[in-house]
Design a protein around this ligand. Structure first.
Ligand code: UDP
Length: 314
């Protein structure tokens, strides 16, 4: 297999590229390094079968030679990042999806879109099943990410129906693990870095909002199972164990042994009150489910931040 991965220097994209190389695929990684980092691919740079192009996939994408699969993982994905880059987020989700679908069509390649639990917005159905259409504020600040990904799903399905492109859509729920930027602003990286620095953990709002956190190795295994499957249409790939943000803060303090206190900061606009994937479909069609418990995953991620492997200052 010769696979193109966009966002290859990003958090999930780099883990995915490594896993594909490990199974013998050739990987062409594209990334414009807006939120990704070459540090994430430093260990695979010299590997045979890996090539990297610093490229913005909102422009026409040309890859010489045969391509068997195109995996579109380029996008800012942390709320902090997409609020800082609203137009670029909209462009990579819309134009970037269009260009990469065009590449897949041209090459006769399978296409896998990295979508998100954000397509469900602040959900009124809980846990979220793939047939739920979501509750998104299109004009709110988070709309730049949510609507770009919703458009991307619509575009992928249109290329499937109109051009016969073989598409897969993974709806990724909160994912964490080594390779996250220490300052990417997401709750797991924020809490771990704060705890390790002995600084207060910043809980937004009352901390009763929930998320369901998936360790990156589990997530990548699910994504590859979907890529290899015959299932067309969105599939939730996430860990169904749900925690309040306050619970997460407590667990981070326990795992790190940190004396940090907890402080409260304002809840961001349109912050979803709950989030938890229903993974019945993934279990059925992929035979997939996550294996790493949050405590274990947090310990591994804390170790990564402790060793200072994250890019300084993120
Ligand atoms: N959050 C928090 N403190 C932080 C960062 C985030 O309490 O320092 C909260 C945030 O308000 C949200 C949850 O943690 O309710 C998850 O936020 P994150 O940015 O990781 O991703 P989201 O799931 O909102 O996309």
């Amino acid at each position: 297999m010769r696979t193109v991965v966009t966002g290859a220097a990003g958090f999930i994209g780099s883990h995915l590229s490594r896993a594909l190389l490990d199974r013998g695929d050739e990987v062409v990684g594209l990334d414009n390094l807006l939120t990704g980092s070459l540090d994430n691919v430093a260990d695979i740079f010299g590997r045979s079968g890996f090539s990297f192009v610093d490229y913005d996939v909102t422009n026409f994408v040309h890859i010489a030679g045969p391509v068997d699969a195109v995996l579109h993982f380029a996008s800012p994905a942390s709320p902090k990042d997409y609020l800082e880059h609203p137009i670029k987020t909209l462009k990579v989700g819309s134009l970037g999806t269009h260009k990469t679908l065009g590449l897949a069509k041209d090459k006769g390649a399978r296409y896998l879109l990295a979508s998100t639990s954000e397509v469900y917005g602040d959900p009124q159905v809980h846990p979220q099943t793939e047939d739920y259409w979501g509750h998104v504020n299109p004009v709110g600040p988070r709309g730049v990410y949510d609507e770009a990904k919703r458009f991307a799903e619509a575009m992928a399905m249109a290329y499937h129906r109109y051009h016969g492109v073989d598409v897969r859509i993974v709806r990724i729920f909160n994912t964490y693990g080594p390779g996250m930027r220490p300052s990417d602003g997401r709750v797991v990286s924020n809490f771990l870095v704060q705890a390790l620095d002995g600084k207060p953990l910043t809980v937004y709002g009352d901390g009763n909002q929930t998320r369901s956190f998936c360790y990156v190795d589990d997530e990548v295994r699910g994504i590859i199972a979907l890529l290899d499957s015959d299932y067309v249409g969105p599939v939730n790939v996430g860990n169904p164990n749900e925690f309040t943000v306050r619970d997460l803060a407590g667990l981070v303090l326990e795992v790190t042994g940190s004396p940090s206190e907890i402080v409260h900061e304002p809840l961001p606009v349109d912050d979803p009150a709950v989030r938890r994937p229903d993974i019945s479909l993934a279990r059925r069609v992929l035979g997939w489910e996550p294996a790493v418990e949050l405590r274990e995953g947090l310990a591994r991620t804390a170790e990564y931040f402790r060793r200072g492997l994250g890019a300084p200052g993120g």
